[in-house]
Design a protein around this ligand. Structure first.
Ligand SMILES: [Zn+2]
Length: 464
């Protein structure tokens, strides 16, 4: 904050305190300091037209000024269409002549507002963002909650639930560093954003799914997952050893917020091992080919179609590659059919730097295990073999518990005709073998398989 602004705010506060008068709300069709490009233009105009907010006597809106607790009371009181006016109040610092006396008492009666418990309301104190969240959830009903979290609002905080409810509804968002700014004073522009979103859902944003900052593997036998970054917080589950988790935030107290598909929460970072310390995949263009599709189901066994297993696993592979910084091009992302020629041409058009085709095997019900194929007859033979070998090694030296059927040569079309990048074809396991099929049916197993394939591709780029 600039010193000059601070003095101006102080003077304004002192004047407001001295004469207990409203800061001259002037209903205006426009404010000279809020142009159409302002981040809160639509919301401020919406509230101004409803005479819920107004400008100062000089016509300005002053979007970066902080909101006092009395200003908040009158704006929210007008939004709730309470009686307002001038009245005796229960607070020592809110005399009848104060511009917000009526609204402050209305909202105290409704238990939307509370003073400090010592007979004072804090009439000229600035309102914090978490106080705003509490007031809004008392004044309007929000029921839904989610696992959206902010680094500065632990689940033990009294404002955890109000902030979570408003974030879930798309009324509030956090800063780009993952914090809510709970203790920060709220600016008039942000106050307008929140209030307009409460009153009119059209202004709300879809809360963005937070993006992970990395991937880690659990090293403890069983790692407790808690509701807050604190060993005393309640336990909501456990990750077994070796679980791969997405990491969203790492806190200075050593805790991290992590997730798998089925469980999200706080764990202690001492039991996590970063798995993407190498930059081998950064910026690499990887083409991921899910075998078969649509009227071509591939192999069928134990009620499963190969085309579905390849697509699900390919998508997990894409997620791991992207989290490690690669650019991924999928030959298909839905249940559609592509000719083998088309798959090769997609890879070439994308300028791929590696091509990995995902398949599932079938033979006589007895055969089982993982094998990885390369073509030894094209200009990329040596590279093909390296890529296949790295992937097969990772698949076998893991907790996937698959029989090692080895790295093999073959003339499958999609790897034989791939001249511009190394290519390989992974056969995850046998769909007609009882134990292999049980593994293929498990999404946890498929994720682990995708994770190992991604490590194999990374090995290739790290070592070449
Ligand atoms: Zn196949």
């Amino acid at each position: 904050m600039k010193g000059k602004n601070f003095v101006a705010i102080l003077m304004f506060l002192m004047m407001a305190a001295l004469c207990f008068s409203s800061p001259g709300y002037v209903s205006a069709a426009s404010f000279p300091d809020v142009s159409a490009g302002h981040r809160a233009y639509d919301e401020i105009m919406y509230l101004a037209n409803k005479k819920i907010v107004g400008g100062y006597s000089d016509g300005a809106f002053k979007p970066d000024n902080f909101v006092t607790r009395s200003e908040a009371a009158s704006m929210i009181g007008r939004a709730l269409q309470l009686k307002g006016g001038y009245r005796e109040t229960e607070y020592h610092d809110v005399p009848k002549g104060h511009f917000a006396s009526g609204y402050i008492q209305d909202m105290s009666n409704e238990r939307i507002l509370a003073g400090y418990g010592n007979g004072y309301y804090g009439v000229n104190d600035k309102l914090t963002r978490e106080q705003m969240a509490s007031i809004l959830t008392r004044a309007w009903t929000f029921t839904e909650t989610s696992n959206l979290t902010f680094t500065d609002v632990g689940s033990n905080s009294p404002t955890y639930v109000p902030i979570n409810k408003l974030a879930t509804a798309g009324v509030v968002g956090g800063y780009s560093n993952g914090a809510f700014g709970a203790k920060d004073y709220i600016k008039r522009a942000d106050f307008a954003l929140m209030l307009a979103r409460v009153l009119n859902p059209a202004f709300r944003s879809n809360p963005a799914e937070p993006k992970p900052i990395g991937i880690a593997q659990v090293t403890a036998d069983f790692l407790n997952v808690r509701t807050a970054p604190d060993a005393n917080a309640s336990r909501i589950g456990q990750y077994p050893n070796g679980t791969i988790v997405n990491v969203y935030t790492k806190l200075s107290n050593g805790w991290a917020y992590v997730s798998t598909n089925s469980l999200k929460g706080y764990v202690h970072g001492a039991y996590l091992k970063d798995t993407d310390q190498s930059t081998g995949l950064k910026g690499k263009i990887i083409v991921v080919d899910a075998g078969h599709g649509d009227h071509d189901p591939g192999a069928i066994g134990y009620g499963m179609n190969e085309k579905d297993l390849t697509l699900i696993t390919a998508k997990h592979l894409r997620d791991y590659l992207e989290a490690a910084g690669a650019k991924v091009v999928m030959t298909r992302e839905t249940d559609i059919f592509h000719s083998l020629e088309k798959r090769v041409s997609i890879a070439n058009l994308a300028g791929g730097q590696a091509f990995v085709s995902v398949h599932v095997n079938k033979f006589n019900g007895d055969a089982h295990g993982t094998e990885t194929y390369y073509n030894g007859d094209n200009s990329k033979s040596a590279e093909n073999k390296k890529l296949a070998t790295y992937i097969q090694k990772r698949m076998i030296n893991s907790d996937l518990n698959m029989r090692d059927r080895g790295v093999k040569e073959a003339n499958f079309y999609v790897i034989k005709n791939q001249y511009n990048m190394p290519s390989t074809l992974v056969e995850l396991g046998f769909i007609d073998h009882k134990e292999d099929a049980a593994k293929l049916a498990s999404d946890t197993w498929r994720k682990k398989a995708a994770y190992q394939i991604h490590l194999g591709i990374k090995d290739y780029f790290t070592n070449n």
